[in-house]
Each structure stands twice: as structure tokens, then as C-alpha cells.
Design a protein around this ligand. Structure first.
Ligand SMILES: Nc1ncnc2c1ncn2[C@@H]1O[C@H](COP(=O)(O)OP(=O)(O)O)[C@@H](O)[C@H]1O
Ligand SMILES: [Mg+2]
Length: 305
């Protein structure tokens, strides 16, 4: 357990923000700290708690938290089992374990969005393999390219900041990639050429697009991620962009999200949906503190239950 951010006289409900306690990487704690600072500003009681410091016992009586239990949890980690255990203990969790799980796997996100008729780049999910054999049969790669064309985008199912997203212009390089990654699940995806190096990030909280930015690559990279060298500009999303973002929120059951949208030839195309989008860049770009919006939203949901 780290900073206790409680303040205020009217006994606010007690919240936790969960972050991953194993990752030592500095940016990992940033959103939890930002949310705690927002809670202090808004007079709410929020404590940053590492996933590895929570003890939950599962038995025939259900799930119970050892020691203090919070009234609600803002979950800023991908530890789906912990999120699910907290839900099993009857604690409201934002985002839900189900929503985080769906967003943490780009293939699963794509399947759910396709089921709901939401526009994404045409996608083919690589078949599952095992560590002992890897992708030892590669016919599916050539078949996928026949449908998707070249160049083609290849994404590991899990990844962030554009680090696990690649653009390949020939079959041999994709086959070599498949050899290198062992049994890591991935997908192949149509390259949305007119969006090369540019996209839109919309931060949604509840039903509202609270902040948005246009990102464009400054170094010729096809990825617009800021961590990957992209530049940011304030963006006012149009109705079609907000509409597709709302559809993603509903399809994936999200309370808040960072939604990446590509410029398709005839309108917005969903690139990916982040259940735990970092909030520092959007703050720097727009001056809007998404953390304040999240705290207000969560507290209003909790108080109206
Ligand atoms: N199908 C695509 N066509 C064109 N550009 C893409 C496509 N998919 C991803 N990109 C670019 O790559 C970036 C990173 O991809 P994304 O799926 O958002 O992964 P990450 O989780 O690493 O941010 C996007 O922001 C976008 O600029
Ligand atoms: Mg992204």
C-alpha cells in the first residue's frame, strides 16, 4: 500500500486504485498517482494499492478480502484474476474484469467489435500454437495476405506504445517474424493507408468524450504513438468519431477508455481500445485532466447505487 489520499469531512466512500506492483518501470505508477492527486483535489478517499499487496481468499463461502476492504476499486492493471476476485467479493470494479480482458487482447477486441458491426480494419487472427512447436505451419500467412494485401499490419495480441505493431511488405518477413515470436498470439490486419502515421485518440469517461488529440508521426513511422515519436495536437472530435467511440464503450462494457481511431477512406475506423489509457500525454496536449473526470464519474456511480 502506498499514498493515502483521503481528505474531506463528509466521509467519502473508500476507494482503491490498483496498479501493478511488480513493474518497476516509472510510467507504470503514473496513472495511479494522477488519480490519487485528482481524488485529493475532489475531496475523495482513494489509496493506491499494488496488486501484489491484496490478499483474497476463495472458498465455499465465496471470495473475501483479508484486512480492510474498499467500497470500490479503480483497476489500473491487467491482473484480470485479481479484478475478477474483487468482483466476486462484491466490490464494484472500474473498468470491469471483463472489459479489461477484452481490451488487453487485440484479437478479442476485434472479434467483439466485429460482432457488434463496428468498423475496424479487416483483420485475421493467427491460429493458436504451442511453445513446443511455434508457428511451424505458415500457410495461413500467405492466405491472409491474399485477402488483406501488402503491406500488411501485424500486431501481437498484447502490446502498447506501438512497440508490438509492425508493417511488413513481403511474406518472407512475416514468416521470419512468426518464427521469432514462438507461440505469442498475433493478428494480421489491413493497412489503412490514408491514415499512415496519423490517428485520433479519444478519451471517453462514461458517455462523454472528455478529451481528444490528433497524433501524427514526425519521423516517417507508420505508427502515430507519442511514445514512438508522434506529435500531438488538440482535436475536437466530430459526430461520427464520437458515435463510433460510444459504440465501442457499449460493445466492450467500458466505464472509461482511450480509443484510437484511424482515418478510413470513408470515415472513422477503430484501431484499438485501451481500458487503461495513460493520461499524462492528453493532459499535456489539451490541459484536460482525464483523472478528474474518472474520479467524478466513479464516485457518482458509487453514490447512486
Ligand atoms: N491497420 C492499421 N493501419 C494503419 N495504421 C495502423 C493500423 N494499426 C495500427 N496503426 C498505427 O499503429 C499505431 C499503434 O497501433 P495500436 O493498435 O494502437 O497498438 P498499441 O497498443 O501499441 O498502441 C496506431 O496508433 C496507428 O498509428
Ligand atoms: Mg494504440
Amino acid at each position: 500500500m502506498v499514498a493515502n489520499c483521503s481528505s474531506g469531512d463528509n466521509i467519502p466512500k473508500k476507494g482503491w486504485v490498483i496498479y501493478n506492483g511488480f513493474l518497476s518501470w516509472g510510467k507504470n505508477r503514473e496513472p495511479a498517482d494522477q488519480l490519487c492527486e485528482a481524488a485529493i483535489r475532489l475531496g475523495e478517499d482513494l489509496t493506491a494499492v499494488a496488486n501484489c499487496d491484496v490478499r483474497i481468499v476463495l472458498d465455499e463461502n465465496g471470495a473475501s478480502v483479508v484486512g480492510d476492504r474498499p467500497d470500490y476499486v479503480i483497476f489500473w492493471d491487467k491482473d484480470i484474476r485479481l479484478a475478477r476476485s474483487l468482483e466476486a467479493a462484491g466490490i464494484p470494479v472500474f473498468n470491469s474484469s471483463e472489459a479489461i480482458e477484452a481490451c488487453d487482447d487485440k484479437s478479442l477486441t476485434g472479434i467483439i467489435l466485429a460482432e457488434k458491426g463496428i468498423r475496424t480494419p479487416k483483420t485475421i487472427v493467427a491460429p493458436k500454437t504451442y511453445a513446443s512447436c511455434g508457428f511451424c505451419r505458415k500457410e495461413f500467412i500467405r492466405d491472409a495476405i491474399e485477402i488483406l494485401g501488402l503491406p500488411v499490419v501485424v500486431k501481437e495480441n498484447r502490446g502498447s506504445f506501438g512497440f508490438q505493431v509492425h508493417l511488413f511488405d513481403n511474406v518472407e518477413d512475416i514468416e521470419a517474424f512468426a518464427d521469432r515470436i514462438g507461440d505469442t498470439p498475433f493478428l494480421l490486419q489491413e493497412f489503412i493507408e490514408c491514415s499512415q502515421g496519423r490517428d485520433i485518440r479519444i478519451n471517453m469517461v462514461g458517455r462523454t468524450a472528455v478529451a481528444s488529440m490528433y497524433r501524427h508521426s514526425a519521423n516517417g513511422d507508420f505508427r502515430a504513438n507519442v511514445t514512438n515519436g508522434g506529435l500531438m495536437e488538440y482535436h475536437q472530435p466530430n459526430n461520427r468519431e464520437v458515435d463510433i467511440a460510444l459504440k465501442c464503450m457499449d460493445a466492450l462494457g467500458l466505464d472509461f477508455a482511450g480509443i484510437d481511431i484511424l482515418f478510413g477512406e470513408d470515415g472513422p475506423v477503430v484501431c484499438e481500445v485501451n481500458s487503461n489509457a495513460h493520461m499524462k500525454n492528453i493532459l499535456m496536449c489539451t490541459g484536460i485532466n482525464v483523472a478528474d473526470h474518472i474520479i467524478r464519474y466513479v464516485v457518482s456511480v458509487i453514490n447512486n447505487e
